[in-house]
Design a protein around this ligand. Structure first.
Ligand code: ADP
Length: 506
């Protein structure tokens, strides 16, 4: 997994480097991959930038929508009012309409318009079908009896109600036009226009307030997101520093377990990893020193024997033989130790199990047969018990389980005084195959019952060495049993001595 991540990272770095090298201008390289890139390419900047960007987009959309809806409402309300006034004027004018007498119409329509538009700043113009103004209430630009052409008016004289929301010239007026109909015939048109700069001013003021409000919100969100990004990244920075210490071989540092749940869990996991690595490192150091110590003893013995032979003036052949015999024994001890270390390292590396269906009782009988001579030499009664009604086959690696049972039975013979007994037996309980090796030797004190499975651990160091023990037999047995998902423990035997119990899943 780590490999894949590293490879991906290297690939990306290579890609960035190739782009960087292919860029022609040094300022462009600096801009893209210089301090700005480093400064922006981190969680804090990304978090703050994301928060601000999201807020900014939301506020802009909100402002555009609010301003849009507001102006739409205000303008259409104004247009509706103008239409209703224009319609009233049109209907009243139609009732009083006399074609051909413009002066009379000027008076009549003037009275209507002045009445309808009193108190407003609406300009009102009424024309006949040939666009000649019959009345215009704007005294400054008085168009009476002149031709008054407007697009909206033209459309009204064509028979439709027309409006142009914003006058193209000023950008601040709304104009509407409606036809005047008498006896089903269009006889003229009403044109009303109103200056709506107050609406634009209102919208402008609201727009300014919204912008100030948005800037304030972005400022607050910016501050909050900076604080949040610090809260999130502070522990990560600390984790990185702890991880760096680990990579340098310093397992003493621990991360603070606090803050948000996931972050705290991350800290816990990191600390747990530190503890495990620490324990592993201590184990490794102990193991190396134990191995050196174990190798040193036979080597020193061999060296001493060699020196004695070299320094002896005229050693007789019997002495030479005796010394060489002792050397051979030391070499045997070394070989045994090295073989056991190799076995252990293979088990540590997660050796493959070559599983087959094994009759465990038969396996026990085989072990007993092969150790029978050694037991006889010590006058120890060695036997195996097979429960005929409960025999069965168990899927295990034959060689590994054989070695486990061999170690236990050999230990039984080794540590039981002359005249004692060692029994190996199998039981099947609840889908488990139980192998027991019982002896009536010295037994194992309660506080040592778990320690004896540690590497190089011996109860009585000198006695165990004298019996040729390496202190690795039980460690190898435990590793092999664990590889089979089994368990191993030692208990006191009922009649004194100990029972080693291996449990294997069937
Ligand atoms: P060794 O090669 O020294 O026997 P082991 O790992 O097999 O190493 O055993 C570890 C220690 O456990 C031994 O040194 C011995 O002190 C103790 N031990 C093992 N088996 C027995 C036993 N059956 N009775 C008493 N002590 C035992």
């Amino acid at each position: 997994m780590l490999d894949i991540i590293t490879r991906k990272h290297e690939k990306r770095r290579g890609f960035i480097k190739s782009i960087r090298d292919s860029l022609p201008l040094s300022w462009a390289k600096r801009a893209l991959y210089g301090p700005v890139y480093r400064w922006t390419h981190n969680i804090r900047f990304t978090m703050v930038a994301t928060y601000i960007a999201v807020t900014l987009i939301t506020l802009v959309l909100m402002c555009v929508y609010v301003i849009g809806v507001l102006s739409e409402n205000l303008y259409s309300e104004k247009t509706t009012i103008l239409y209703s006034k224009a319609n009233i004027i049109s209907q009243t004018a139609a009732e009083d309409w006399i074609s051909g007498d413009d002066d009379l119409m000027n008076l009549r329509i003037g009275a209507i318009i002045d009445h309808q538009l009193a108190g407003t700043n609406v300009r009102g113009v009424v024309t006949n079908v040939s666009y000649t103004v019959l009345y215009d209430n704007n005294n400054e630009a008085n168009m009476n009896k002149k031709v008054f052409m407007r697009n909206v008016l033209k459309r009204a004289l064509d028979g439709e109600q027309a409006d142009s929301s914003i006058d193209a010239d000023s950008g601040k007026t709304i104009s509407v036009s409606v036809p005047i109909e008498k006896d089903g015939e269009i006889v003229g048109g009403v044109y009303l226009s109103e200056n709506v700069s107050s609406i634009s001013d209102t919208i402008g003021t609201i727009r300014k307030s919204l912008i100030v409000f948005s800037v304030l919100i972005i400022f607050i969100i910016g501050l909050m997101s900076i604080a949040a990004s610090f809260i999130v990244t502070q522990p990560i920075t600390e984790f990185i520093s702890v991880a760096k210490s680990i990579s340098k071989g310093d397992f003493s540092k621990r991360a603070k377990v606090k803050g948000m749940r996931e972050i705290a869990q991350m800290g816990e996991a990191l600390n747990f990893m530190c503890d495990e690595l620490n324990a592993l490192d201590a184990k490794r150091k102990n193991f190396v020193s134990d191995v050196s110590h174990e190798l040193k003893t036979p080597m020193a013995g061999i060296k001493l024997l060699c020196d004695s032979l070299v320094e002896a003036d005229h050693p007789d052949i019997a002495t030479i033989r005796e010394f060489l015999g002792d050397m051979s024994e030391e070499i045997d001890r070394l070989t045994r130790l090295i073989n056991r270390l190799l076995t252990l390292s293979r088990l540590d590396a997660g050796a493959e199990l070559s599983v087959s269906e094994v009759d465990i009782s038969a396996l026990l009988e085989g072990v007993v047969r092969s150790l029978d001579n050694i037991a006889n030499e010590k006058n120890i009664s060695l036997s195996s018990e097979r429960n005929e009604s409960e025999t069965g086959l168990v899927a295990v690696d034959y060689d590994k389980i054989y070695e486990c049972v061999y170690n236990l039975v050999e230990n039984g013979i080794k540590y039981t005084p002359e005249g004692g007994s060692v029994i190996a037996r199998t039981k099947y309980i609840n889908n488990e195959c139980i192998i027991e090796v019982e002896d009536n030797g010295p037994g194992i004190p309660d506080n040592e019952k778990t320690k004896i499975f540690d590497r190089f651990y011996r109860l009585d160091d000198s006695r165990a060495r004298d019996t040729g023990g390496t202190g690795l037999g039980l460690a190898i047995t435990k590793e092999a049993v664990l590889l089979h998902n089994g368990t191993i423990r030692v208990e006191d035997a009922p009649g004194g001595g100990s029972i080693f119990i291996i449990t294997l899943p069937v």
